[in-house]
Design a binder for this molecule. Sequence first.
Ligand code: ADP
Ligand code: MG
Length: 691
Amino acid sequence: MINVPEIFGENVFNENVMREKLPKEVFKKLMKTIELGASLDVSIANVVANAMKDWAVDKGATHYTHWFQPMTGVTAEKHDSFISPTAGGNVIMSFSGKELIQGEPDASSFPSGGLRATFEARGYTAWDPSSYAFVKDGTLYIPTAFCSYTGEVLDKKTPLLRSMDAISKQACRILKLFGKNVERVTTTVGPEQEYFLVDKKYYDQRKDLIFTGRTLFGAMSPKGQEMDDHYFGTIKPRVAAFMADLDEELWKYGILAKTKHNEVAPAQHEIAPIFSTTNTATDNNQLVMDVAKKVALQHGMVCLLHEKPFDGVNGSGKHNNWSMSTNQGENLLNPGNDPKENAQFMLILTAVISAVDKYAKLMRISVASAGNDHRLGANEAPPAIVSVFLGDELQSIVDDIIAGTHTAGTGSAKIQLGVTTLPVFSKDNTDRNRTSPFAFTGNRFEFRMPGSSQNIACINMMLNTAVADVFKRYADELEGAEDFDAALNALVKRELTAHQRVIFNGNGYDDSWVAEAEKRGLPNLKSTPEALACYDEFVDVFEGTGVLSETELLSRKEILLEEYAKLIKIESRTMVDMAKKDILPAVGSYTKELSEIACNKKQLGLDAALEIKELEKLSALASDTYDKIEVLSAAIAGAAAVEGVQEAADYQHDTVIPAMEQLRTVADELEVNTAAKYWPFPAYDKLLFGV
Ligand code: ADP
Ligand code: MG
């Protein structure tokens, strides 16, 4: 039996450890930096570094690393040992404040979108004291931000931290209007992580899974998810053992792993932590993905984080539950208990609704990836149209505010925000709609579009920035108001009227919504290249909030477009490779066997009509497959002539992907018609039901 409270956080240099290991003054200064986002007092760095090192060495660490999140989306690390030579040929373990605060990795091979020329290869990593350091596999991990020599950001973390500052600053101004002096508002996030588990022995036989994380071929097995018997179903012993080990590992890293269950598709599962501050939640989610992969291997399985590993069953998302909270612990999306609190809640709610409408394209951009393109708009995920779900109760209040009429039952002639009583929202009566991309769920919003493999830093950075911008405009307007109540009422009414088009409480998976959304003028950016093309529209909001400069923003666009084109290139080449080297030869062997049977039968004077029919069918399909390989190969070759990153991504989307789809259709048909023992890699039945 494990003692959870005892092991929880044992690998983390957390507040309790700091209090114990640091001199009182140093501890206080560090906590101020952590809690209020104050800048770090460098004079304490040496003391902190030394205490950290002693603690880490006690935990078996020999190395330290600045752990950062470059634009690749995965984390990066370079390990340095603590050793320092002493006279007489010995070493001591040492770690200085300078080494803690700043690192200088050679950054030339990380994507920079043209921000950093290769000759200027130096990049800097800078300690982020607001996220705890931890020991993992004999190394002290120090969460850091990553930027270029000239200070431009090269990572996902820095803009997230900037966006947290931006939203905090504006939210404090809003709260001030309600007479509250708050020093810091942090955004909170609880990401629900979906994933698949497949048996490693099957995984190892599939180049598509190895190279791309998803199956590029594969006919659906006779059974899929139609019985809905996997969702919340009994967890198989092997999976349960994996989940238990995963929880234990995560708890040791101080991650609040809370919920685990089977998801809709066979072999699909979910893990959700208790929410935390956004940057911690981001770091933790990166660790969750990392540790899940590692622990799965220990159980002879592979954890697939791709958004769409299998055609024909649900893909994986990462629901991003988001809210804002003051450093006194007030959740700003919690409807209040008295008129004043209610008015504050309505203003904040209005701001979020307005932000999502005004920056709908940005929200779409934040979840754009080649993998997620397979999910959004399919029948398991919200469409690529961004909309907000409020639920009936809140909707009727919004309607009344817009109409200027009274709420049934309140008896007031005209809604005055200041005197409206809001119903108490329970999670149960607000979260019935699971088809909405952005749903109010009682005391937070649940953003359901993010893909399972995505780093949530970008998503939350964009969400924070959008809301910060709207807060700023509201604060500018209301701070100068002569009659605050009147100005507040007018603003909320005006803004809800202007942005109500983004609210949709119906079934987001229904086709009629697509037509309705178009009528409302809501953007529907179907693919990643189409979404990324809109990046430039957001220079002002990022510069205005101080989150990203124009150069930084556009470098991100370039990186993401390049990444998209490269991914499709790898996928398409893998398909050609598998089709030519594995599928066609396998079908050839089966054809040979069938031909031999047919010849033998004929020699014996028997009827071979069946074999001949099968042979004809296989030959036609194989020949079609060959043609489709040629088409795809030509499409792949054609990419070389395309200039410009946007054009290259568009080309992959418009020309290469359709050729891939055509090849898959005919190859899957071949699979259905080929004897199982000849098929060159494990089929969907093994992958989906083989654990
Ligand atoms: P469901 O599957 O119904 O959406 P889960 O319990 O799986 O619910 O996940 C809900 C997530 O929302 C959890 O991670 C939870 O900690 C998180 N959450 C709850 N309150 C907040 C909040 N105020 N801010 C951010 N996340 C929150
Ligand atoms: Mg959820």
